[in-house]
Design a protein around this ligand. Structure first.
Ligand code: ADP
Length: 515
């Protein structure tokens, strides 16, 4: 059977096979599906983790001390690559949350808001240096608890975590220069709720600017990835951060709700799903609590005919597959100009067949484990919807590990804008490919989403980059690269991707009152 590519004269021959999802998969004719390791074989290169000292139980971090939860309840934290329980995590209830907020308030009034900026900065520098010293250990823990590859946690997450503390340490004594003619003042106690995709990095994005501005914090990590936050708490102790300046309460939705509903918080900073973000907006309506939200995304990577195609394909791959698609700014939609559609699809198909899925602690692994069974089910459900709505799935046949939660790198062709896979956040290694003819059509298609967090442009022409970037409704637009982060650069969304910026000088604003 030969199939016409959508909106194009080019023909890519395909055969159909049954997918693990039970649907039809499009495969290039004559191309046998490769099993893992068949094309490239690598000797295992596992990162050592025998020295990691996991606690049996992680307690709450309140007022500078580790304390047992009021309810006596704990929940397991699972290694998604092995399904083994790594540790038990304390479940904070409203009483614990109240203790944490009280500690934060006292620290704010008595210590932190009174301390000169240069002194606060010293603590932040100290924390940054301690993170650097322990970066390897923290990266291994991040990988064990969250399933992301050691390549990513070691080379991306941890360096950025330290860099955020260093960067905001530098602002702590220069706030009046950041906003000339204004008098910046801290807000008070910040409640910060973070997701599981970048556990330590999200903690750093939230804590570092808040502390630099003179606020105190109550942080709630995601229930599937709390372990590294508790190791960060140990670093706060070692840095002799005054008691109560940072408090960490672990738990799931009810813990988060208790924190959001607490009367004595001044600010809520949330990163997570759009559904919960909307609920938070309602919860703070009519209160004096300030709110910033960083929510979902459905980023479009736009590839023009004049783009360096190999570079673009590499950027597309790293923008969605190297992070298991677990990034709200992942380039999960690909818009390819018609003239290069066949080449891009061929390159993409060849490249995903070489990606290594498996043990995230192996330094050769490209795609780690899916964070939880729930997340894997969500991915499968959305992929099924894509097949049912008529899109075609390209997926190399990989031998996935028997235990753990895995999904092979996959992409859909024949996607239309109304398909759920083109509109909803899949949060997995699944790409939806569409075509366009003109730059205006690309802009229209890229903006045809409820979200607006990020986008990517691939072209040889600088003028095209500027024209496109100014018309794309996305908080971050990358050109000829993707998913690059820097603490000096603001990050945040439009529309249902949220509001407020994190990073850079802009990242100070959500934590300050400017008089
Ligand atoms: P994701 O889909 O990325 O897991 P969620 O929005 O469910 O995103 O979770 C992000 C964070 O928000 C987690 O720390 C989670 O425990 C917390 N959370 C979930 N529901 C609520 C809620 N109703 N109120 C406050 N926090 C919540």
């Amino acid at each position: 059977m030969a199939r016409k590519t959508p909106n194009s004269k080019a023909v890519i021959p395909v055969v159909s096979e049954k997918s693990p999802n039970g649907g039809r998969i499009a495969l290039p004719v004559g191309e046998r599906r490769l099993s893992f390791g068949e094309k490239w074989s690598y000797a295992p290169a596992p990162e050592a983790h025998d020295y990691i000292q996991l606690k049996k139980r992680y307690q709450l971090f309140i007022n500078g001390k580790f304390v047992a939860p009021h309810s006596g309840k704990y929940f397991p934290s699972i290694n998604p690559a092995t399904e083994e329980t790594l540790a038990e995590i304390a479940e904070a209830d409203a009483y614990d949350v109240d203790q944490a907020v009280k500690a934060a308030r006292a620290a704010y009034k008595n210590v932190w808001s009174k301390m000169p900026g240069r002194e606060r900065g010293k603590y932040l520098y100290r924390i940054a240096r301690l993170i650097q010293e322990k970066a390897r250990e923290l990266a291994v823990l991040e990988t064990m608890d969250g399933g992301k590859t050691i390549k990513e946690s070691r080379d991306v997450d941890l360096p950025l975590v330290a860099a955020h503390f260093f960067y905001y340490a530098g602002w702590a004594d220069k706030l009046q220069y950041a906003f000339p003619g204004r008098t910046p003042r801290p807000l008070g106690v910040a409640a910060q709720i973070i997701p599981w995709n970048f556990p330590l990095l999200m903690a750093a994005w939230k804590l570092a600017p808040a502390l630099a501005c003179g606020n105190t914090c109550v942080l709630k990590p995601a229930e599937t990835t709390s372990i590294t936050a508790m190791h960060l708490a140990e670093i706060f102790q070692q840095a002799e951060l005054p008691d109560g300046v940072v408090n960490i309460v672990t738990g799931a939705r009810t813990t988060g709700q208790a924190l959001v509903d607490h009367e004595d918080i001044n600010k809520i900073a949330f990163t997570g799903s759009t559904a919960v973000g909307k609920m938070l907006t309602q919860a703070v309506a009519g209160t004096k609590k300030k709110l910033t939200l960083e929510l979902g995304g459905k980023a479009a990577n736009i590839v023009f005919e004049d783009a360096p195609l190999d570079q673009a394909v590499e950027g597309i791959i790293s923008g969605i597959f190297f992070n298991q698609g677990h990034v709200c700014c992942a380039g999960s939609r690909l818009l390819v100009q018609e003239g290069v559609f066949p080449q891009v699809i061929r390159k993409l198909r060849d490249r995903i067949a070489t990606l290594r899925v498996g043990n995230p602690l192996d330094k050769n692994t490209d795609i780690g484990a899916i964070n939880s069974r729930m997340q894997l089910d969500k991915i499968c459900e959305l992929v099924d919807s894509g097949l049912q709505q008529g899109a075609e799935l390209v997926q190399p046949r990989l031998k996935l590990p028997e235990k753990g939660y895995w999904y092979p790198p996959s992409f859909f062709t024949g996607v239309t804008a109304s398909h759920r896979i083109a509109q909803e956040e899949i949060f997995g290694p699944v790409l939806s490919v569409m075509t366009f003819r003109t730059p205006d059509e690309a802009i229209e298609r890229a903006n045809n989403t409820l979200y607006g967090l990020s986008a990517g442009i691939w072209t040889d022409k600088g003028s095209k980059i500027f024209k496109m970037a100014s018309k794309l409704r996305a908080g971050v637009v990358w050109a000829n690269t993707f998913n690059k982060f820097d603490p000096t650069s603001p990050f945040g969304g439009y529309k249902e991707s949220g509001f407020g910026r994190e990073g850079g000088q802009h990242g100070l604003l959500p934590y300050l009152e400017l008089n």
